[in-house]
Design a binder for this molecule. Structure first.
Ligand code: COA
Length: 538
């Protein structure tokens, strides 16, 4: 395959300024991730120690195979929400190796408000279950949670994608033959009691773990009966009498060892086969992406410069290189796995949309995973393009993305606006994983554009009534808040806080993260090629 020849001059001022700017964004990201992992109150640390429980990081370290990669999911979920201290939405989750098997781990952090479940915590658990189901990954849950965060109970409880869905999914996952292994490492109350109850394997830590539908305070209030948590739902009760739990653990360490033993006994799994070859490092250092990406999101640059720093040997077989040039499509390998890559080099025209449709369809038929590198302001607009049928050509691309059955992966490397987000496999199009870069922005349209649209609408109304257009100070009064909210709500941190993505990545790490994600996705069989599609509008 041909090697992409980079035109980037790494000694020029522009490159250095870009590098420095991205370096700052990545330093900020690392500080945020550290804070999410470590910012716990003295009170909570002391209480955890008194109870003889291991901190969450230690639990993960003991569960996972040593010195193996860990792909954390949504570590900054709920950032800035609630009291700004519900880090990671109160949980740690990710994909790691246990006894050589790729598994999804989901653990409550009892040091964040007793591990209680906030609305974003529900959303994160549901997201983890989706990942587990789509990629056929066994799910390990380390439960240590006071159940619903009661002050926000109305936002957690009744709707389709609220708390009850977690247990519904557990039943469906069991039916799908996806192993679910739960360790009871704290109190599991009410709804929380159903997490172990709905699992295939339940390990119960004596002394600290308990399962009950109503905790001691509720029992006292309802019946007057005085009972301790251990008497009501401890390991002795559930391993010896009720049969709710299967394995009696002396402490956290013992429980984690039992989980490892259970995983080791799972039936072996044959991964799906996609075209592979020996992995190679890219010819250009992935770290150079920092200097390639312009500081200003509106400055155009060639997406091939990113691809060259992401794929094995920087080798790329470009598809229809001369046709529809605002979308670069082609084949490459990442950590030895063949992928079909689509990357934006400008707005989408009819020809680029048709090229995408053909390329996606080819990859889907050949069983090749798809990688979307999103930096898109949308589809082209205007009289000429409407007459040329941009809407129906955009439809073909969106249709092909929606119906493709091979694993899809999306990285938002810059802008993600309007229907461009859809065509380039935004969250609504079920990519197996979606990440943002720290410079990325997302929204229906940019703030400036949205402000211009609303001012134009107002001026049209006035013109209809024979009035003069809005004076400048009123225009600024309309524009200001719209631009402000688009900036505030369109950045990568807002996105990740609200679980619109699976995390923000250091661009230099993207290649490695993709390697792990592709490997994880192959736990599920390919859905079957030639699945076909609906009716294309011609
Ligand atoms: N909703 C909201 N906040 C809760 C809560 C809940 N369900 N359960 C605990 N908290 C808060 C506490 O108020 C405390 O807040 P603070 O740090 O601001 O003081 C914090 O979580 C830790 O609770 P604490 O009781 O001090 O810690 P602990 O480790 O001794 O016990 C629990 C933790 C969760 C076992 C215990 O608090 C408990 O039993 N909670 C009630 C559980 C329940 O009945 N849930 C029903 C949900 S359906």
């Amino acid at each position: 395959m041909e090697v992409i020849e980079s035109l980037i001059d790494t000694s020029c001022d522009e490159y250095k300024a870009n590098y420095e700017a991205m370096g700052k964004l990545v330093a900020e990201l690392k500080a945020e991730l550290n804070k999410a992992r470590e910012d716990r109150s003295e009170k909570a640390l002391k209480r955890n120690e008194e109870l003889g429980k291991l901190p969450i990081q230690k639990r993960l370290d003991l569960l996972l195979d040593r010195n193996t990669p860990w792909l954390e999911i949504a570590p900054l979920a709920a950032r800035g929400l609630y009291d700004r201290k519900v880090h990671g939405a109160g949980t740690r989750a990710g994909i790691g190796l246990v006894c050589g098997r790729e598994v999804l781990v989901h653990a409550n952090d009892p040091m964040i408000k007793g591990g209680t479940v906030y609305p974003m915590g529900v959303k994160k658990t549901l997201r983890c279950q989706t990942i587990s189901m789509e990629n056929n990954l066994p799910m390990i849950m380390l439960v240590d949670s006071g159940g619903a965060y009661l002050p926000l109970q109305s936002e957690i409880f009744p709707d389709t994608d609220d708390g009850g869905r977690i247990f519904y999914n557990q039943a469906i996952m069991s039916k799908m033959n996806i192993p679910q292994i739960t360790a009871v490492m704290g109190l599991c109350t009410a709804g929380g009691a159903y997490i172990p109850a709905m699992s295939d394997h339940v390990v119960h830590v004596t002394g600290t773990g308990a399962i009950f539908l109503g905790g001691p305070p509720l029992v006292k209030a309802a019946t007057g009966e005085e009972v301790t948590a251990e008497e009501l739902g401890g390991a002795e009760v559930h391993c010896r009498q009720s049969g709710v739990s299967d394995y009696f653990a002396e402490d956290d360490r013992h429980a984690l060892q039992i989980i490892r033993d259970i995983v080791a006994l799972l039936p072996p799994l044959e991964k799906a086969r996609v075209p592979r070859r020996e992995p190679k490092r890219p010819l250009y250092d992935p770290q150079e992406i920092w200097g390639v990406v312009p500081r200003n999101i509106s400055t155009p640059y060639d997406v091939r410069e990113i691809i060259a720093r992401m794929v094995d040997g920087s080798e790329f077989l470009e598809f229809k290189a001369l046709y529809g040039p605002t979308l670069v499509c082609g084949w490459a390998y990442i950590h030895g796995y063949q992928v079909g890559i689509l990357g934006n080099n400008g707005v989408l025209f009819s020809n680029s949309s048709l090229k995408a449709t053909q390329f996606i369809s080819l990859c889907d038929r050949q069983g090749i995973p798809l990688l979307f590198l999103q930096n898109i302001n949308g589809y082209i607009i205007g009289r000429e393009y409407e007459r040329g049928g941009i809407t129906k050509d955009g439809h073909k691309m969106v249709h092909a993305v929606s119906t493709a059955t091979v694993p899809k992966f999306t990285v938002i490397v810059g802008a993600s606006f309007g229907a461009g987000n859809y065509g380039m496999c935004g969250r609504g199009y079920s990519p197996r994983f979606l990440w943002m870069w720290p410079n990325a922005q997302i929204g229906v349209m940019g703030g400036e554009q949205a402000a211009d649209v609303l001012v134009a609408v107002k001026n049209d109304q006035l013109a209809r009534d024979g009035q003069p257009p809005l004076p400048q100070e009123i225009v600024e009064g309309i524009r200001g808040p719209i631009i402000h909210s688009a900036l505030n709500e369109g950045n990568a941190y807002y996105s990740t806080a609200n679980l619109w993505d699976d995390g923000i990545l250091d661009p230099a790490m993207t290649r490695d993260v993709l390697g792990l994600a592709i490997s994880s996705s192959l736990n599920a069989p390919l859905a079957g090629r030639h699945q076909g599609h609906g009716t294309f509008r011609m």
